[in-house]
Design a protein around this ligand. Structure first.
Ligand SMILES: Cc1cc2nc3c(=O)[nH]c(=O)nc-3n(C[C@H](O)[C@H](O)[C@H](O)COP(=O)(O)OP(=O)(O)OC[C@H]3O[C@@H](n4cnc5c(N)ncnc54)[C@H](O)[C@@H]3O)c2cc1C
Length: 423
């Protein structure tokens, strides 16, 4: 038996990051157990309801220079793409201050974008390979994505973002009004300028994709346990077990990939990580939704993904800072719906609409945590992917698997260390 086969690894969380991590560890030869109280791909997880974009262009963090000036507006404006609930402001303030500081200068945003590009530049290829291996190649579509603007001036207002994308090697084609109508005949004529990023991909059904990857893992020998992880048993610095509500699971390595629940587990391994729920919503029209888009489309003013998934036409977006336990505010979903109808005026208003809310697990600096824990070299983290967890899942998994097995990492792990947060 090789050394790796003696390694008993537990992955906590079967969202996109956890299932990718379980697969990568199994492929590295480890014995792997994947633990989650819920079914992989279920509606409870962020990985179910996202915008399904897998694009190397998603490297711009939410926090950019000048954002702080808009915060009072976010507290008052109920219709914008970002909102902060007053009641939660005292609890949110420490995270919010770090978040604003992370985008305070152009240099900081440039650094974040460059690091995210390391995670995302090959995301479409990695997902295509993963989907093919899992026998669901059709779930990753490679037709590019379209960013649409009212006019060129609105595009020019995002000059910093596009400059950083160009620096990161993202290639695009500019579309004038006529080109845009040729790409998307049903698009509102209010959009007269577009950008097509041909290298981008999308997932046709994020929930089914996570479920398929988990099933693929099981076929490769990943053991699935339905349980909620509650903590760890250590002997000195050595990990002996993951504790769960169904009893302990003996192991000598663990990867915490539990989305929003990861901060609590990280605390049990000695790390305080500021993790906040950037809550997002989607609305989904069931049925074929004629009059909608062909390609994945991001209208610049709505900051939402418009995408035809196998379940229907979805508009996913919104950032609501309200704490993970707060009840959904379905008015956020109505904003998406109104915007969807305005963007695609030919859509029928009679199609049934499903509404969903989920938690983006977000660090204030816009980078995930992928590192070993402070307390034990046997505990590893892969969480905090915020807006890009679907796209970044496979590369994050490759990185954490390299850290666990001591092999050469596919990119520098330094920016993702849990210890970067000083209190
Ligand atoms: C509206 C919206 C739009 C988005 N659009 C995009 C997009 O277009 N592209 C993109 O790349 N990303 C997008 N994202 C972000 C992306 O969805 C997330 O970053 C990603 O899904 C996070 O994956 P995860 O595996 O870390 O967490 P999750 O998917 O939340 O999974 C965590 C899992 O851990 C399990 N778990 C929790 N606690 C425990 C425990 N104690 N023990 C065991 N298991 C536990 C949960 O049951 C769950 O299954 C979007 C998010 C939202 C909300």
């Amino acid at each position: 038996m090789s050394q790796t086969n003696e390694t008993q690894a537990v992955v906590i969380g079967a969202g996109i990051v956890g299932v990718c991590a379980a697969l990568a560890l199994r492929q590295a030869g480890l014995a792997v157990t994947l633990v989650d109280p819920d079914e992989p791909g279920g509606e409870h997880a962020a990985s179910y309801g996202n915008g399904a974009f897998i694009t190397p262009a998603s490297i711009i963090p939410m926090s950019v220079p000048g954002l702080w000036r808009k915060v009072p507006g976010y507290l008052l404006d109920r219709d914008g793409p970002l909102t902060i609930r007053w009641r939660h402001l005292p609890r949110l303030t420490p995270w919010l201050l770090r978040f604003l500081a992370a985008g305070m200068t152009t240099a900081r945003v440039e650094r974040t974008a460059a690091i995210l590009s390391g995670l995302l530049h090959d995301a479409p290829d990695r997902h295509a390979a993963l989907a093919a291996a899992a026998d669901v190649p059709g779930l990753i579509e490679r037709r590019g994505v379209l960013y649409v603007y009212p006019d060129r001036a609105a595009f020019a207002a995002e000059a910093l973002s596009w400059r950083l994308r160009r620096t990161a090697g993202v290639v695009w084609r500019e579309l004038d009004a006529a080109d845009l109508q040729a790409f998307e005949p049903a698009l509102s004529p209010a959009y007269r300028f577009g950008i097509h990023v041909p290298a981008a991909a999308n997932c046709a059904d994020p929930g089914a994709y996570v479920a398929a990857l988990a099933a693929h893992g099981e076929r490769l020998g990943v053991r699935r346990v339905t349980a909620q992880a509650t903590g760890f048993t250590f002997e000195g610095m050595k990990l002996r077990a993951v504790e769960t509500d169904q009893g302990p699971i003996a192991c000598n390595r663990v990867v915490v990939a539990a989305g929003m629940a990861s901060a609590r587990l990280a605390a049990a391994a000695g790390d305080r990580v500021p993790l906040e729920a950037e809550r997002g919503y989607h609305v989904q029209l069931t049925g074929g939704a004629p009059g909608g888009p062909h390609l994945p489309v991001m209208p610049s003013d709505g900051k939402m993904a418009n995408i035809v998934t196998r379940e229907g036409l979805r508009a996913a977006g919104q950032v609501e800072l309200a704490g993970p336990g707060a009840p959904p505010d379905w008015r956020r979903a109505e904003i998406l719906l109104r915007h969807l109808y305005a963007t695609w005026p030919g859509l029928s208003r009679d199609l049934p609409v499903r509404r969903w809310m989920g938690n983006r697990p977000s660090t204030p600096d816009g980078l995930p945590v992928i590192s070993a824990a402070r307390r034990s070299p046997d505990v590893f983290y892969a969480f905090g992917h915020g807006h890009v967890g679907l796209a970044a899942g496979p590369k994050s998994a490759a990185l954490v698997a390299a850290l666990v097995t001591g092999s050469t990492p596919p990119l520098s792990p330094a920016p993702f260390a849990a210890t970067r947060f000083r209190w």
